[in-house]
Write a protein that binds this ligand. Structure first.
Ligand SMILES: Cc1ncc(COP(=O)(O)O)c(C=O)c1O
Length: 474
């Protein structure tokens, strides 16, 4: 079966995806073409996507139709666009080159996901949950707040961490991604500013941008945050919200230092900025140790949680912990989106929280083994890469020296390996020389993947490939 044609990209969506694309050192048409190519290669635009009509995009960007026509012509000439009279211009990949969405269909080893397979006790948890179904048979299941039993278990978990929480403050969602969507739409109006760590979780950029947020990137180093820089950015820009991952940030693995937590919460309060704290990765501690949850430091913090990384992503269970008045606003948004989360999974989640200590014990051992295996492989096969060893999370954020990961992704595909170019974790084409390497795979897959990556890096590093990568795009 041939893959379905992706929907056309509207002028407004394309303008949001383009971000800050102008380059002082390049003619406008060329910078525009280069940015569209980047979006295609790192998977933000799929091959076969129809671009907006030249006139419509020109109007939206405040540019002449001729400039857009020149950008499209340059893309066409370089093999990234086909135009058929009457059916518009569609993106395409020239021979040999592959975008991320194309990699998805064809690779044998897939290093694109920072996830693990299910917790081995999951079958027993489901069996136990099925036995409990009769207790819920009289409920309709149309419950946008979430099963009381699960909300109580989640609230108790916060209380155990020193964060006073009532079940009314919890909304059960279909994963943390859904939670972020709901919070974005309840909190942020189009055009408002939102601080985001840079790099950050790829789909957070998508969700916030789709909600019309103007993103303010805050650089994060592998060692962690520069809180003075964050405070200054908050003070100057006064964003409506800040989306942050204080524990084992995805993709860098960095954590906010214990001594900086209160300073950040205070700086946000002074700037009138709501902190949206994504704790999806916070359970992935390998050898760091417990730190204070930001919600323990301020009542105004909104926290997102998920069982996706530690129990099983396929359950699609996440949640929001928010101040009570915001809960009502989020629920009002939710009723226009969906009408609740599947009840069996909510029962399983409540049982998984009961057993959370053994779940986390199992994951910790697994994370440590696979991290150490991957680090060992990189030290052996990429001695020229300086590998920063993370103390938690599910991936390494590897600097690739002079190698472009857009080019590496293409070469890796030829070796049967799918990777995501680093640009997917940033805005405006940043992080092309970074690679997120998740370690949630078997040792055999990690070994096969790193060997394939080595062959790909050698191919990209060859003089002919380097010429191709650094040629002007158009
Ligand atoms: C930081 C972060 N937030 C949210 C999500 C989405 O989580 P869920 O599977 O619960 O929707 C992920 C998944 O990768 C993540 O890494």
């Amino acid at each position: 079966m041939s893959p379905a044609t992706p929907p056309p990209v509207s002028p407004s969506r394309l303008v949001r995806a383009l971000g800050d694309w102008q380059r002082p050192d390049q003619p406008t048409y060329r910078a525009l073409a280069a940015r569209i190519r980047l979006l295609l290669l790192d998977g933000r635009l799929a091959a076969d996507t129809r671009l907006p009509a030249e006139r419509d995009l020109g109007t939206r960007l405040g540019l002449s139709r001729n400039t857009i026509a020149a950008a499209y012509a340059a893309l066409r000439e370089a093999g990234y666009l086909t135009s058929v009279r009457g059916s518009g211009s569609r993106l395409c990949l020239p021979g040999g080159e592959r975008g991320e969405s194309d990699l998805l269909r064809t690779s044998a080893i897939d290093f694109r996901r920072a996830t693990f397979t299910a917790y081995p006790g999951i079958t027993d948890l489901y069996a136990e949950a099925v036995e409990r179904i009769p207790d819920h048979i009289n409920e309709s299941g149309y419950d946008i707040h979430g099963l009381p039993l699960l909300r109580e278990a989640i609230a108790a978990h916060y209380v155990g961490r020193g964060i006073p929480t009532t079940p009314e403050q919890i909304i059960v969602t279909s994963g943390a991604q859904h939670a972020l969507h709901l919070v974005t739409h309840a909190l942020i109006r189009p055009g408002e500013r939102v601080l985001i760590e840079h790099p950050s979780y790829a789909h957070a950029f998508d969700t916030l941008a789709a909600g019309g947020a103007r993103l303010l990137p805050l650089p994060i180093e592998p060692e962690g945050w520069d809180v003075a820089a964050a405070t200054e950015l908050l003070r100057r820009a006064r964003p409506s919200a800040a989306y942050i991952m204080p524990d084992f940030q995805n993709p860098s693995g960095a954590s906010l230092a214990e001594e900086d937590r209160l300073a950040l919460v205070r700086a946000a309060a002074q700037a009138g900025t709501t902190l949206i704290v994504d704790e999806t990765t916070s359970w992935l501690d390998i050898d760091r140790g417990e730190r204070t949850g930001l919600a323990a430091l301020s009542r105004d913090v909104v926290t997102l949680g998920s069982l996706g990384k530690v129990v099983w992503g396929a359950m699609r269970i996440g949640w929001i912990r928010a101040p009570r008045p915001l809960v009502d606003r989020i629920l009002a948004v939710r009723s226009g989106v969906d009408l609740g989360t599947a009840i069996l999974e909510q029962i399983v989640a409540s049982l998984a929280l009961r057993d959370i200590d053994s779940v986390l014990g199992f994951r910790r051992t697994q994370l440590r083994d696979s991290r150490d295996h991957l680090v060992g492989l990189l030290n052996e096969h990429f001695p020229e890469w300086n590998t920063h060893v993370v103390n938690g999370g599910m991936s390494l954020w590897q600097h690739t020296g002079t190698i472009s990961t857009l080019a590496l992704a293409d070469a890796a595909r030829a070796e049967g390996l799918a990777i995501i170019p680093g640009t997917r974790f940033g805005v405006d084409g940043a992080f092309d020389n970074y690679l997120r390497l998740p370690f949630g795979y078997t040792n055999a897959d990690l070994t096969a993947g790193v060997l394939a990556l080595r062959r790909a890096a050698d191919a990209v590093g060859s003089p002919s490939a380097q010429r191709r990568v650094f040629e002007p795009v158009v």
